[in-house]
Design a protein around this ligand. Sequence first.
Ligand SMILES: Cc1cc2nc3c(=O)[nH]c(=O)nc-3n(C[C@H](O)[C@H](O)[C@H](O)COP(=O)(O)O)c2cc1C
Length: 325
Amino acid sequence: MVDLSVKYAGLDLKSPLVVSSSGLTSSVNRIKKIARAGAGAVVLKSLFEEQIEYEIGQMETGDGYPEAADYLKAYARENSVSNYLQLIRDAKDAVNIPVIASVNCYSSDEWTDFTAKMEEAGADALELNIYFIANDKHKDPREYEQAYLNIVEEVKKKVTIPVIIKLGMHFTNLSWMAEQLSIRGASGIVLFNRFYAPDINTDDFTMGASAVLSTPAEIRNSLRWVGIISSEVDKLDIAASTGVHNGLGAVKQILAGAEAVQVCSVLYRNGVEYLRNIIAELKNWMEKKQYQSISEFKGKMNYSSIKDPAIYERAQFIKYFSKLH
Ligand SMILES: Cc1cc2nc3c(=O)[nH]c(=O)nc-3n(C[C@H](O)[C@H](O)[C@H](O)COP(=O)(O)O)c2cc1C
């Protein structure tokens, strides 16, 4: 019998597979199914910073995006903050795996006070999904980076549960960012979020959303950085995210050094029960390779463990170009 248990961001997980924050994790019934299918933890659908600010009367409406403000107000009404606290309590009552609450945020304003209520409601950890488009040509990029650190500092003053930061993939020096987050008390990072991205309809000139769900090929985005950060930054656990659609995808991320692996799109496509297949494939691989526990192979292929670590830094296809010409 292989042992799938891992420690992630101070939490004991019975398996490294975590269902990531999304509509899949917004109902207690589905969370029960997710737990029965073998998930190690569940990250609840995110609450927006704006929802919290709105409820405490801080949300600005005349910010130049009236449609966005109207949308957020409607969203806030339907998904009120008190409903979210109830979701945390109900999920905690319903399952015996860790329940991680989640907030989409970009500032370190008053909303951060609310994180204490999430802890009171029973959340085992808090995942902060931090993002903003850095597109102000007059703003020093360092100000944008500082915003991430301010958020962690502020939230760490309000809660005692582990704080995990979910990042996008575009940083000038992700190793620096990860180290700074760790110094400020983050227990883990999720590499990476996959955000909504716009697309253009060339027939009717309307804007829409580009592919909402990921493909397995997208694992390439996080594998490099899981491999590098896991060997460069101590005391910061990693949950790999984006493009993990099968057990072997999870194996690769663990070999690269991830403590946990998050899945989302594959479950939207196949249903949450599909998690069983992913876990079975992970177990089969371990049996075939005669590993009894995850720790026996975690990080075996990370940046500092392989013979030629430069492979993690290689960005040009020189060899392949020369063959193709
Ligand atoms: C429909 C949908 C809703 C999502 N909602 C959230 C959310 O509320 N908060 C969040 O942090 N990530 C959200 N995500 C991102 C996922 O948690 C995940 O990071 C992303 O889909 C990449 O993982 P995947 O390749 O396994 O899908 C959402 C993704 C999808 C497809």
